[in-house]
Write a protein that binds this ligand. Sequence first.
Ligand SMILES: [Zn+2]
Length: 419
Amino acid sequence: MALSPLRRTLVPAAVGALLLGTLAPGAAAEPAYDLYEVHGALTAQDRTEIAATGAAVDQVGDDSVLVTATPDGAAEIGRLGYGVEEFDPPVPLAGPDPGYTTYDELLGVVDQVVAENPGIATKSVIGRSHEGRDLVAVRISDNANADEDEPEVLFVHAQHAREHLTVEMAVHLMRMLTEGYGEDGRITGLVDSREIWILPNVNPDGSEYDMAGTDWRNWRKNRQPNRGSSALGTDLNRNWDYMWGCCGGSSGDPGGVTYRGSAPESATEVRAVADFVRGRVVGGEQQITTAVDFHTYSELILWPFGHTYGSVVDGMTAEEYRTHEALGEYMAEANGYTPQQSSDLYVTDGSISDWLWGDQRIVNFAFEMYPGSAWEGGFYPPSSVVGRETARNEEAVLRLLDYADCPYRIIGAEAAHCG
Ligand SMILES: [Zn+2]
C-alpha cells in the first residue's frame, strides 16, 4: 500500500486556519469534511496519534496516510509536526452513481429475494434508524421460519455511510446464497446447516444522506444530533460497548469524523444491532459463531483487537488469536486482500469487531473491500466494478461459512473448544 509521490507542494499546517477563516462569522455550523494527505506518518503509533485528533484514517501508505478531517482537525495534525496537504481525488467523482443501490432499492431487493425464496429467506426488522428507517435483517437457512440449533453467521454492512460497495456486497450475498440453493452443492449444504444473517445496511440515514446531493458528500457517521453541538453524527464503529473510548482510538468531539458518541450504544443503530446480537444468545449460548463486518476501502482482512497493539492480551488467548489469524489468512488467500490485526494500522476503540469478540466471543473480521487505494476511486469507485468486486469475496465468505461450526478447527483445536 504505497501512496504515489507528492503531486503538489506541501501546505503548511496553517492551511486549516486559513480554510476556517473562509467561513463567515456565524455561518453554518456543520463542519465540512475534506480529504488530506498527511506526510511523515511512519508507524502505527504515528497513525494512532493522527487518528486521535478525530480524523478518519482512510488509507495507509509507507510514510503517509490519507485522512478525512475537518479543516481544524487538519490544522491540529499539522501542529503535531506532520506535513498536511489537501488531497484532490485523482479519479473525477461524478456525483452519486445510479448504479449503486439506494435504500429504497435495497428494500425492494430484500422483498424480492424473500418472495422468490420463501423456504429459505426471511426478512425481519430489528429496529429503526434515528430518522426512522427500518433496520433490516435477512435470514437465510433451510426451514426459514424455524430457529434450529445450527451455527449462525452474521454479516454486517454499511456502518460507514460512504462505503456503498458494502451494500452491494450484501445484495450479492443474498442472491448468491438463494440462487445457489439447490443448484450448487456446497452452497446448498451451507444454507442447510447454518443460519446466515445479513444486515444489508445498518446506517441507512447516513448512506441516503451521502447519496442525496449533486456530489457525493463523503459522509461516514450516522445522522443523529449531538447535544450541545451543531455537528451531527456518531461514528457507529466507535460506539460499541467494549473498551469504549479507552485508548485514544476515537474522538470525543462531536465534530470529529470518528466521534464515539456520548456513551456506549448511544447511537440508535448500534443499540439496535447490539440488541439483535444479544438476542441470539439461546440457553446461555451465543448462537453466532463467526461474523464479517464489511467496509471499504484498502483490500484488507482485519481481526481483533483494535484497542491495543498487543495480540495475546486480556480477553484473547494465544489459541484464540491464532484462530483469527489462520482464518483471516485462509480467506485472504481467496480474495487477495492483505490479512492483519486491526491495530497494525492504528488503534481503534469501540469497534464492532472488538465488541463481537470481547463481549460476545464471536470470531470475526472486518473486510476492507476494493479498491486498494484512492488512486482507484477510494470510497467511490464506479459502479461498473460492483459485479467483479463483490464476486471476488464469494469464496472467502464460503470459507468462513465452512468453519462456522467450529472456527477453532482451522488450528486443530476443535476438541478443546467445540467439544
Ligand atoms: Zn468503514
